[in-house]
Write a protein that binds this ligand. Structure first.
Ligand SMILES: NC(=O)c1ccc[n+]([C@@H]2O[C@H](COP(=O)([O-])OP(=O)(O)OC[C@H]3O[C@@H](n4cnc5c(N)ncnc54)[C@H](OP(=O)(O)O)[C@@H]3O)[C@@H](O)[C@H]2O)c1
Length: 326
């Protein structure tokens, strides 16, 4: 079978269930989810190449089926989810850590042995399919909105996995949220998630001025930048003085790009977001648990129909995450 839009043939492989070694656990994987990188990897448009024969998908959740010698963090039956970088547990980003799919087998599998330190516990209010939607997009959104709080305005862009978690987390932190979308059909969902104002970015190409108008001229204290080249000019226009741009995505290649004079004029702060560590994800999960946040899942596919998930992820109209049930 082929991943739609890609030349990479994905093969279904039968293997013996592996046994966990020292410090490792065996996870019965119950669900996995796609992120923007997965179609990019499959079509060769990811900055790091996918090694041949690697198992797909970085996000997964399941239950502990066996515990190896000296593994103490989890017991059989515990519900766990992956972390995006299996060897980055905390602290600053000082190098590109190991990543699933590019240098390690991913989570599109029924059983998986991993180091126990590469896992987090799943909040009690979430099922496996919801848990599998969390790791990459949630921790990215968390690091992007981190620091915002009551009295701040957070601007989000679109209705993808990262953007919707950013709306939910910013609201949970007490911030006011202004969201953009290019699809008027998605306005109601953003409002339901807690966006205080939603701007149709296609109908209003100069939406930066709309953000100022929606916030009484103040602007956004923090922008979750997802469009990149295509949106950064409007993000700066939307920014409050001394506001922060969290640079997360590069979804749009066309556009005016970064105008340093405008950036300087706002005395803006730019910070790049490198997904996040396990410790960052655990911080985000505490908020998810306390506020009983549920991820927005657009559609769930069966394991046998997994490659259809790639086509659906790239189809117009999607909101939030695409999940595979194992
Ligand atoms: N730096 C990091 O740590 C990190 C981690 C994860 C993801 N990312 C990046 O973040 C971006 C989003 O990832 P994702 O998984 O959330 O993707 P996604 O689920 O595919 O997001 C798609 C949504 O983004 C919106 N969108 C599309 N093109 C856009 C553009 N040019 N400008 C603004 N919004 C646009 C659309 O929403 P509407 O239809 O509502 O307009 C679309 O539905 C990607 O570039 C990804 O590579 C970065």
């Amino acid at each position: 079978m082929n991943i739609p839009g890609s030349d990479i043939p994905f093969r279904l492989v039968e293997e013996a269930v592996p046994a966990p070694g020292r410090g490792e656990v065996l996870v019965r994987v119950r669900a996995s989810s796609l992120n923007y990188r997965d179609p990019a990897l499959a079509s060769g448009h990811y900055p790091y190449p996918m090694e041949p024969e690697r198992v797909a998908l970085a996000d997964g959740a399941g239950e502990i089926a066996a515990v190896g010698p000296e593994a103490r963090r989890f017991a059989v039956g515990d519900r766990v989810a992956s972390t995006f970088f299996p060897t980055w547990y905390g602290g600053a980003f000082r190098q590109v850590p190991e990543m699933y799919v590019t240098t390690r087998d991913g989570w599109l599998t029924e059983y998986k042995v991993v180091d126990e330190d590469a896992l987090v516990a799943v909040p009690a209010h979430l099922g496996f399919e919801e848990a599998a939607a969390l790791p990459c997009a949630l921790v990215t959104a968390w690091n992007a909105v981190r620091g915002a709080g009551v009295g701040d305005v957070v601007l989000t862009q679109g209705t993808g996995g990262v953007a919707l978690f950013a709306v939910q987390l910013a609201r949970a932190l007490g911030a006011e949220v202004v969201a953009t979308t290019s699809d008027p059909a998605k306005v109601a969902l953003l409002e339901k998630l807690g966006a205080d104002a939603v701007i149709d970015s296609r109908a209003t190409p100069e939406w930066g001025a709309e953000v100022l108008a929606a916030t009484g001229g103040h602007g956004a204290d923090l922008v979750v930048e997802l469009g990149g080249q295509s949106t950064i000019a409007q993000s700066i226009a939307a920014l409050a003085y001394r506001g922060t741009i969290s640079q997360v995505g590069l979804l749009g290649a066309a556009g005016a790009g970064l105008d340093l004079a405008a950036f300087f004029g706002k005395q803006a702060v730019l910070r790049s977001i490198p997904v996040g560590s396990r410790s960052d994800l655990e911080d985000a999960l505490r908020v998810v648990a306390a506020r009983e946040i549920h991820p927005v899942i657009d559609r769930i596919f069966d394991f046998d129909d997994a490659t259809a998930a790639w086509a659906h992820f790239s189809a117009p109209g999607r909101v939030g995450k695409v999940v595979i049930r194992h």
